[in-house]
Design a protein around this ligand. Structure first.
Ligand code: CA2
Length: 143
């Protein structure tokens, strides 16, 4: 299950200098292709709402083998998303387009990182592909 958090629907349409020119649809299409080549199927979803993301994480239980998530700004604020990931007990990989560790101080802390199997950030849209590869690698070792 691939989840995108708040404002990521604007990708490629606003602030290309910060977040690049690739749109969310293009990222999802590239992930679908990558998943296919790895022998997996993915579902993708985006929401600007914290509770909706929590519901999507709960819905993944029993339907998906793992979660690839860019929680957007909720990375730095959401105990609810962290608890949802911990609660469903599915392996999750946290990804970010930007390198959150070299940006403003408030972006350095992630509530999600301690419940994720790992975090990939700073590679633009490529972070998602690397994150999917990492998740599939983990699933192959642990399924
Ligand atoms: O680097 C990332 O992927 C982030 O998750 C992006 C979030 C930010 O709050 C995190 O600290 C790091 C922001 C996403 C905003 O996306 C936009 C895209 C185009 C125009 C405006 C916002």
């Amino acid at each position: 299950m691939v989840l995108h958090g708040p404002n990521l629907n604007l990708l490629g349409k606003r602030e290309p200098g910060v977040y690049g020119v690739v749109t969310l649809d293009e990222i999802n299409q590239a992930l679908e292709k990558e998943a296919q080549s790895l022998g997996f199927e993915i579902a993708t979803a985006q929401s600007n709402h914290e509770g909706a993301l929590v519901d999507l994480i709960h819905d993944a239980m029993g339907r998906h083998a793992g979660i690839l998530i860019n929680p957007g700004a909720y990375t730095h604020t959401s105990v609810a998303i962290r608890d949802a990931i911990a609660g469903v007990n599915l392996p999750a990989v946290e990804v970010h387009l930007s390198n959150i560790h070299k940006r403003e101080e408030f972006r350095h802390h992630s509530y999600i990182a301690p419940v994720a199997i790992g975090q990939i950030c700073g590679f633009g849209a490529e972070s998602y592909r690397l994150g999917l590869q990492a998740l599939v690698h983990y699933l192959r070792q642990n399924m």
